[in-house]
Write a protein that binds this ligand. Structure first.
Ligand code: TYM
Length: 336
C-alpha cells in the first residue's frame, strides 16, 4: 500500500447546536488545512448516539453539521465530506480495535469519567468504548494528522497506542501513528458563564455559549452578559492567566481576528471590559453571522446538501474498503 504523508481526518458530533468552541477549536482550522492536506471531514452520528438522541431531529442535526462545514469555507469538491454511519467500515474496524485496546487504557479516559459522572453503571457501553470508534474513524483512512480541540488530546493518544499495538501485534506497519493538530489561540474555549468550565453543547445555560446559529443580536447580547471580574483588562499574559474569564474573552478575540493573544492584550490591557465587550461583540457577529446565513441557505437546499453527503460516502468507501480488506487479511479473518 502506498505511504500516505499528508492526510487528515476529523469529526464533529451532530449532538446539538455547534458552538464557538467547535468553530475556533476545530472547523476554522479545517478550513485552512484543506489547502495543504487531503482531507476527510466526518459528521460522527454513531458517536452522537452513545447518549440518547431524539430520532426525529438527529438527521436534521447531521445535515446542520455538514452545512456548517461548507458554510465555514470547506470546499466539498476538493475534500471528502461525509456521514460516519454511511461508511460501515468505521464500525467494522472499531470492533477490531475493541479487541486491541486494553480495558486499562479506556478506564483512564477522563472524558468518559466526566460524562458518566456518578452514573457509570447506567451509561451505554458505547460511551465507554467511544474512543475505539474514534481511532477507527482516523485509521481506516490511514490518516496522518488529526485537527482537534484540546479536549480530544487524550483520545488521540489512545488512537496512537492502538495503532502502535496493532502494528506490533501483527508485525506490520499498516497504520501511521497519527499526529494531533491542536492549532490556533483558542484550543479550549471556555463557558461565557464560568471561565473554568469548557464551552459545551450540553451546558444547560444558553448564555454559556455562542452558537453558529445565533443572530447578530444574540451574539452581541451573550458577549455583553459574559461573566467578567471587576478589574480592568490585564495588561500582561501572566496576569491574564490568573483571570479565567478575562483570558477566555481575550483568546476568543485573538482567534476570531487571527491575532496572537499578546497583540490583543497590548491593545486592550488596562481598559474597561465594557469597551472590549462592545468590540468583541462586533467582531464575533461580523465573523459568525455570514456563516449562519450561509448555513441557513444550505439547509433550505436539502437536495444539494444530500448530494454532497452521498458523493462523500462514495469517496470515503473507496478508500476505507481496501484498507479494511487488508486489515482482515493481516488478522487472518476468513476471506474465502
Ligand atoms: P465534538 O463533536 O465534541 O467537537 C468537535 C470538535 O470541536 C472541538 N471542541 C472544542 N474546541 C475548543 N474549545 C471547546 N470548548 C471545544 N468543544 C469542542 C473538539 O475538540 C473537536 O475537535 N470525539 C470527537 C469527535 C470525533 C473525532 C473523530 C474527532 C469522532 N471521531 C475522529 C477527530 C477525529 C468529539 O466528540 O468532538
Amino acid at each position: 500500500m502506498e505511504k500516505i504523508t499528508k492526510r487528515i481526518l476529523s469529526g464533529v458530533q451532530p449532538s446539538g447546536d455547534l458552538h464557538l468552541g467547535n468553530y475556533l477549536g476545530a472547523i476554522k482550522n479545517f478550513v485552512s488545512l484543506q489547502k495543504e492536506f487531503e482531507c476527510f471531514f466526518c459528521v460522527v452520528d454513531l458517536h452522537a448516539i452513545t447518549v440518547w438522541q431524539d430520532p426525529k431531529i438527529l438527521k436534521q442535526k447531521t445535515r446542520e453539521v455538514a452545512a456548517a462545514f461548507i458554510a465555514s469555507g470547506i470546499d466539498p469538491d476538493k475534500n471528502t465530506l461525509f456521514v460516519q454511519s454511511q461508511v460501515p467500515q468505521h464500525a467494522q474496524l472499531a470492533w477490531i480495535f475493541n479487541c486491541v485496546a486494553r480495558m486499562g487504557w479506556l478506564n483512564r479516559m477522563t472524558q468518559f469519567k466526566d460524562k458518566a459522572g456518578k452514573n457509570s453503571e447506567n451509561v451505554s457501553v458505547g460511551l465507554f468504548s467511544y474512543p475505539t470508534l474514534m481511532a477507527a474513524d482516523i485509521l481506516i483512512y490511514l490518516a496522518t494528522h488529526v485537527p482537534v480541540g484540546e479536549d480530544q488530546k487524550q483520545h488521540l493518544e489512545l488512537t496512537r497506542d492502538i495503532a502502535q499495538k496493532f502494528n506490533n501485534d501483527f508485525n506490520t506497519d499498516i497504520f501511521p501513528i497519527p499526529e494531533p493538530l491542536i492549532l490556533g489561540e483558542a484550543t479550549r474555549v471556555m463557558s461565557l458563564r464560568d471561565g473554568l468550565k469548557k464551552m459545551s453543547k450540553s451546558d444547560p445555560s444558553d448564555y454559556s455559549r455562542i452558537m453558529l446559529s445565533d443572530s447578530e443580536e444574540e451574539i452581541i447580547k451573550k458577549i455583553k452578559k459574559a461573566k467578567t471580574d471587576p478589574m480592568p483588562l490585564p495588561d500582561n499574559l501572566e496576569d491574564a492567566k490568573n483571570r479565567p474569564e478575562a483570558i477566555n474573552l481575550l483568546t476568543i478575540y485573538a482567534a476570531l481576528n487571527d491575532q496572537e493573544i499578546g497583540t490583543v492584550i497590548s491593545e486592550y490591557g488596562g481598559k474597561e471590559f465594557s469597551q472590549f465587550k462592545n468590540d468583541l461583540g462586533e467582531l464575533a457577529s461580523s465573523k459568525l453571522s455570514p456563516i449562519s446565513v450561509e448555513m441557513n441557505k444550505l439547509l433550505q437546499d436539502e437536495k444539494y446538501l444530500d448530494s454532497v453527503i452521498i458523493k462523500g460516502k462514495e469517496r470515503a468507501i473507496n478508500i476505507a474498503d481496501p484498507v479494511l480488506n487488508k486489515i482482515y487479511q493481516i488478522i487472518g479473518l476468513f476471506r474465502g
